[in-house]
Design a protein around this ligand. Structure first.
Ligand code: IMP
Ligand code: MG
Length: 183
């Protein structure tokens, strides 16, 4: 385990098994259709690439980057930093996110992408932290429901660090208090 963590919450093996199950469900639900996976940068990339390889329907990938976070706490203000490359009009769209916490980011995305007239629009999140929800979000696919702890790894970061950890772990309090950065 990385020295900055207090515990591993979801191991590499558990992640892999959970994503395999999600892939089976999604493959069954979208069988014979073409699915547009919209990855939310940067946190979803590890999850997205593993999940996409478990989906047997035809898939295309597109990305969005939004900002609402600075450090550990959400500011509640969502901005589009990078928009989709392709039109989603008439498409089956599945938003792929690392974690739904307050729900503000996802509710903004659903509202925004909903106006582009997709054929269907659903949410798949690796992690759900329901205890901190401020906006109600309909989540169709959830990998793991977790308690109210600040987690990193497998795409999730603190100040841009720890995304490459092959598991999800809880960051030590002192690392957050010390505001660790990477230059
Ligand atoms: P929300 O808008 O509060 O639901 O926040 C969603 C975004 O905040 C996620 O896509 C993450 O990038 C980030 N986030 C929320 N909780 C955590 C966490 O525990 N660790 C790392 N990032 C988090
Ligand atoms: Mg994110």
């Amino acid at each position: 385990m990385h020295k900055d963590l207090q515990e591993v919450l979801i191991s590499t093996e558990e992640l892999s098994a959970g994503i395999e199950k999600l892939g089976e469900k999604i493959s069954a639900d979208y069988e014979g259709r073409c699915l547009t996976l919209v990855g939310v940068l940067k946190g979803s990339v590890f999850f997205l690439t593993d999940l996409a390889r478990r989906v047997t329907s035809d898939v295309r990938l597109d990305f969005m980057m939004l900002s609402s976070y600075s450090g550990e706490r959400s500011t509640g203000v969502v901005r589009i930093l990078l928009d989709l490359k392709e039109s989603i009009e008439g498409s089956d769209v599945l938003i792929v996110e690392d974690i739904v916490d307050s729900g503000l980011t996802m509710s903004y995305m659903l509202q925004n992408l909903g106006t582009r007239r997709p054929r269907s629009l659903e949410v798949c999140t690796l992690l759900d932290k329901p205890s901190r929800r401020r906006a109600e979000v309909p989540i169709k696919y959830t990998g793991f429901t977790i308690p109210d702890k600040f987690v990193v790894g497998y795409g999730l970061d603190y100040n841009g660090i720890y995304r490459n950890l092959p598991y999800v772990g809880v960051l030590k309090r002192e690392i957050i208090e010390g505001n660790k950065t990477c230059r």
